[in-house]
Design a protein around this ligand. Structure first.
Ligand code: NAP
Length: 672
């Protein structure tokens, strides 16, 4: 196989940066795979291109258009993924390891595509929460709005996930509206480079969405400002260097850090060694130690077990680890490959020796040899929590330490001694035990997995970050939050509070806000097509008197005979009512009878209500009327219809609001 010459992507051109600096070797054969060039790309050009060309291209697309491109990109990368698997194998990864990185990474594109289209408007800003009414007569209100930043994101990634690491950051960043400059870790950047080459040649993304630095990125940081974002994934030591970079501090550049983490698993004291939970626990520890040869930020580093059961834990782990076939990842029977490089193996050995100095080595042995392989090693610590080195040192390989506890408080103390973790697991089938443990762990973890027999077949496991759930953790884990569905897009957006008259804010936000003008239309709004309707178009219905017969009829028809509707004396005894009241569900049904236009028209379906509140009781002989106002429109890309949200206010004869909600409809576009 020819040796790849790695280049950087600057302003949509692949550029050389200098003579060969470093050969990247296959950790199994020690053959060169690729070489990195010395020198730096032109960072000024990169930033100019990202901030101007990339940003304006991405931000000219609505959220839904960006989301559709993520899906298209995901489909394209799936078609080409075997090429990435081949390269990934050369980094020492087994097929399963590569699946987590490659299919897992591509999967985030699909998740963000789906979330973007379902949960974001088909526009350019995100309205955050409800408006705040700031004056008694509602002529002055406030609304929070998110809009994308105007700079570039710089994603600095770790060596262990060259595909996932790039895509899990790129997807939310692109969806938010920001271009990305990606800096993969040198050791495995040939995989990232190959994927970026395909992305560029696919022409799916707008120009400038993505640029790549293969090599050193330090000087780029000096040119960043407050509209840029740096996301870092890697070791604590490097994180500290970047976090204290003078330019990032002086210019208040947003910085998100995902660092190492001494993740733990606690075996509940209720679990016996013959139970299903015990087997699940052993399987989880072995998986986390050996997948990617333990080179995962989420891997289990600390195994916290009741003192009484430690010997059997060691025995069962030994049995299971002995079955893990270590070898060349090209061979199908291999379950665990080498570490990423000989130099990384040397780091692992050095750190493991620090643990071995004060802990007992109960499974495996730390070997010193000239290749990148290492066997799984388990230490046992009988030291007090504060003195156990495993609560301080991350060994980024297939190694963990068993620590024992006498009671739940001690188990919690040990888990917390990691000083902030990405993930913690509890294995227990006892709700009291689990609740007690989890209460002590919440503030110290970004994610907590509770395992018992009822989810054994469906659990996604301790070490798998999911795009829909938060990835990140406090303290040592870095303090950032990634993924977690749409939560992560806000890292790339600015939240602004806008204050003003409701008409002005309605026009800015493209959402009808309380106090804004309602335009009574000559035509029933349900007879207006999606593109004919304007925000604020409104209908005021005729009124309807609510009678005791209505209440009786509704009660017998539906079977809802709650006493407050049926018995005058009992209703009066209720602190909220002065007598029999109409059913809330009758009010919204009667309201529909008032505002619905029965003739066929562009309204295709009503698909729900949101935010329903009954604010005043309705008594027999009260008269209700409805104000229905077009509140928000979301066009669906590639569809002949869009979503229209209607502010629906039901009022009584005194003009008091008795019910308030949003009606959700699908409305057809006009044919021309
Ligand atoms: P690393 O040595 O800290 O490197 C991380 C990244 O920082 C690489 O791209 C590296 O580039 C770059 N870098 C190094 N020095 C820099 C500097 N002065 N300025 C700017 N960038 C610099 O980490 P690693 O060995 O690649 O990854 C292993 C570590 O990452 C482990 O500790 C693991 O726990 C952690 N990790 C955390 C997460 C998470 O989500 N929390 C995920 C994966 C891994 P070069 O490679 O070119 O030096």
């Amino acid at each position: 196989m020819s040796i790849l010459k790695l280049q950087s992507l600057v302003a949509n051109k692949w550029v050389d940066t200098g003579p060969v600096r470093r050969e990247l070797l296959d950790p199994v054969t020690q053959e060169p795979i690729a070489f990195l060039q010395d020198g730096l790309p032109d960072f000024s050009e990169m930033l100019y291109y990202a901030r101007n060309i990339g940003r304006s291209n991405i931000q000219s697309l609505t959220f839904h258009k960006r989301a559709l491109l993520l899906k298209k990109l995901g489909v394209f990368l799936l078609e080409h993924k075997e090429k990435y698997y081949e390269l990934s194998t050369r980094s020492g990864a087994t097929r399963t390891d590569s699946w987590i990185d490659i299919d897992g990474g591509i999967g985030t594109l699909f998740t963000y595509s789906g979330k973007g289209r379902r949960e974001l408007p088909n526009s350019f800003h995100v309205i955050d929460g409800d408006p705040e009414i700031l004056s008694k007569d509602a002529t002055f209100i406030g609304q929070h709005v998110y809009s994308p930043l105007e700079g570039s994101a710089v994603h600095i990634n770790a060596f262990n996930f060259p595909c996932w690491g790039m895509l899990e950051k790129f997807a939310p960043c692109f969806l938010a509206g920001m271009p990305s400059i990606i800096k993969p870790a040198s050791q495995t950047c040939y995989i990232t480079e190959a994927i970026v080459r395909d992305i560029v040649s696919s022409n799916i993304l707008p120009l400038g969405s993505l640029q790549l630095v293969c090599g050193d990125v330090g000087a780029l940081l000096k040119q960043l400002n407050y509209q840029d974002v740096v996301t870092f994934t890697g070791s604590q030591a490097t994180g500290r260097i970047i976090k204290t970079n003078a330019c990032l501090i002086d210019n208040n550049v947003r910085f998100h850090m995902e660092t190492d983490s001494l993740n733990s698993i606690i075996l509940g004291h209720d679990v016996t060694s013959d139970s299903l939970e015990f087997r699940m626990f052993v399987r989880e520890v072995v998986t986390e130690m050996t997948v990617k040869a333990g080179q995962k930020c989420t891997a289990i580093r600390r195994v916290i077990v009741p003192e009484s059961i430690k010997d059997i834990v060691v025995e069962k782990l030994k049995e299971r680890l002995a079955q893990v076939k270590i070898g060349d990842p090209r061979l199908l029977e291999t379950k665990m490959g080498p570490l990423a490089s000989i130099s990384h193996r040397e780091d692992v050995t050095r750190e493991a020796e620090k643990l071995a100095a004060s802990c007992e080595t109960v499974i495996g042995a730390i070997e010193s040899h000239s290749n990148a392989f290492t066997e799984p090693v388990v230490f046992l610590s009988q030291l007090p929590t504060t003195e156990c080195p495993s609560n301080l040192i991350e060994v980024f390989g297939p190694m963990c330490t068993i620590q024992t506890y006498q009671n739940d408080d001690e188990a919690i103390d040990i888990a917390r001694a990691g000083k902030g973790s990405l993930v913690g697991s509890i294995v227990s089938n006892d709700r009291n035990v689990t609740t007690k443990l989890i209460d002590g762990l919440f503030a110290h973890h970004g994610r907590l997995l509770v395992l018992n027999r009822h989810c054994q077949k469906t659990s996604t496991g301790h070490g798998s970050p999911l795009p829909v759930l938060l990835h990140g953790g406090p303290g040592r884990a870095g303090g950032a939050e990634e993924l977690g569905g749409l939560r992560s897009i806000y890292a790339y957006m600015q939240r602004t509070a806008i204050q003003g008259h409701p008409d002005m804010l309605t026009s800015i936000c493209q959402k009808w806000l309380p106090g804004a003008t309602k335009n009574l239309t000559h035509k029933h709004p349900f007879q207006m097509h999606f593109d004919e309707l304007s925000i604020g178009d409104s209908l005021r219905t005729k009124s309807r008197k609510v009678s005791l017969d209505d209440i009786e009829h509704f009660a017998h028809f539906t079977g809802d005979r709650f006493y407050a509707h049926m018995d005058e004396a009992l209703a009066r005894a209720n602190p909220f009512f002065e007598g029999r009241v109409a059913h809330g569900y009758f009010i919204i049904s009667a309201a529909a009878g008032l505002f619905v236009d029965p003739e066929p028209g562009p309204v295709l379906a009503n698909y729900g209500l949101e935010s329903l509140r009954f604010t005043q009781p309705v008594y027999p002989d009260d008269e209700i009327t409805v104000s229905l106002t077009c509140k928000h429109k979301t066009a669906r890309e590639g569809e002949r219809y869009g979503e229209v949200r209607w502010d629906t206010t039901v009022l009584n004869q005194d003009n008091l609001v008795v019910a308030q909600y949003d009606v959700l409809t699908l409305v057809e576009q006009s044919s021309h």
